[in-house]
Design a protein around this ligand. Structure first.
Ligand code: NAD
Length: 296
């Protein structure tokens, strides 16, 4: 396996491309928006600069990694010679089904199609292709260059051979893969999202404020980041999509997304990526500032 295409160059796509390029693979990053590709390349270069400053990457390896990366807005061009495609586009079922149907048509028959989806059924995504044995979940964690875990999700029809290849490949990237089966939210988000949703309900019902909730979980449970800050970091739109998948998939009201989360997403307050969520994010400002809507 030498050539990888990454579909979607948002916060996950740029991290996935970074890790593959740094591990010696040729990577083409594909997005529908030229500006998203430019931003991704800037982010990758900046994150590699940080690694150089810390001494975990040499200048020469940085230059070599960057030279292995290219970008395009044309899906056909981006995937024509790919051995593996990792899809990391927006968390929407209709979008993923369309992308996978296109990938099936455009990619070589041996190409493995992986999705970085947080919660959408791999079995359902695979059914949009004529190669459901070669479709698998490769769920990286954010920020990808830092986080060790890859949740490897076997769809109902994913073959043993493809699962083995992806487990080995994840190790070659310096990650620790964990194999799980395909049920709503898999393992990571089935456990994480109800906690995030409950923290939003706790705020919504006026039990405590934003910093109070996050402080309780940071200092009381030794979480490195409070659940509201983590929700901002993941993206509130992504959190809402995952909760909807859990709610619909299990038919259990305990997963119903908090109305406050629904309102925030509808208003475009998506967290770090939009500059405002439970906290506000201004470039150059490191201190956590609670959003005006939630400050007393
Ligand atoms: P994001 O909003 O930062 O980026 C999504 C990108 O997809 C955007 O640049 C958008 O232009 C692009 N896109 C949309 N339609 C496309 C298409 N048809 N072809 C190519 N590109 C397209 O989202 P993200 O946080 O990077 O999430 C991407 C995926 O990763 C989602 O499935 C999400 O559930 C999953 N994920 C997210 C996190 C997280 O912490 N944010 C963690 C693990 C997995």
């Amino acid at each position: 396996m030498k050539t990888i295409a990454v579909i979607g160059s948002g916060q996950m796509g740029n991290g996935i491309a970074h890790v593959f390029a740094q591990s010696g693979y040729n990577v083409t990053l594909v997005d529908v928006r030229e500006e998203a590709l430019a931003k991704a390349m800037e982010t990758i270069a900046r994150n590699m600069d940080r690694q150089v400053a810390k001494g975990s990457l040499s200048e020469a390896d940085k230059a070599a990694s960057l030279s292995r990366l290219s970008t395009t807005t044309e899906l056909a061009k981006g995937v024509e010679s790919a051995d593996l495609v990792v899809e990391a586009a927006t968390e929407r079922l209709d979008l993923k089904l369309k992308i996978f149907a296109d990938l099936d048509r455009l990619c070589a028959p041996a190409c493995i199609l992986a999705s970085n989806t947080s919660s959408i059924s791999i079995t359902q995504i695979a059914a949009a292709t004529g190669r459901n044995d070669r479709v698998i979940g490769m769920h990286f964690m954010n920020p990808v260059p830092v986080m060790k875990l890859v949740e490897v999700i076997r769809g109902y029809a994913t073959s043993d051979e493809v699962t083995k290849i992806i487990l080995e490949l994840s190790k070659a990237l310096g990650k620790v893969p964990v194999e799980v089966n395909d049920y709503p939210g898999f393992v990571a988000n089935r456990i994480l999202m109800p906690m995030i949703n409950e923290s939003i309900y706790t705020l919504f019902e006026g039990v405590a404020g934003v910093s109070e909730i996050d402080t309780v979980m940071k200092l009381g449970m030794a979480h490195p980041m409070g659940p509201l800050q983590l929700a901002d970091f993941i993206g509130l739109d992504t959190c809402l999509s995952i909760l909807k998948v859990l709610h619909e998939g299990f038919g259990n009201p305990k997963y119903a997304p908090c109305p406050l989360l629904v309102n925030m997403v509808t208003a475009g307050h998506l967290g770090v990526k939009s500059g405002s969520g439970f906290y506000t994010y201004t470039p150059g400002v490191k201190e956590l500032v609670v959003s005006p809507s939630f400050s007393k």
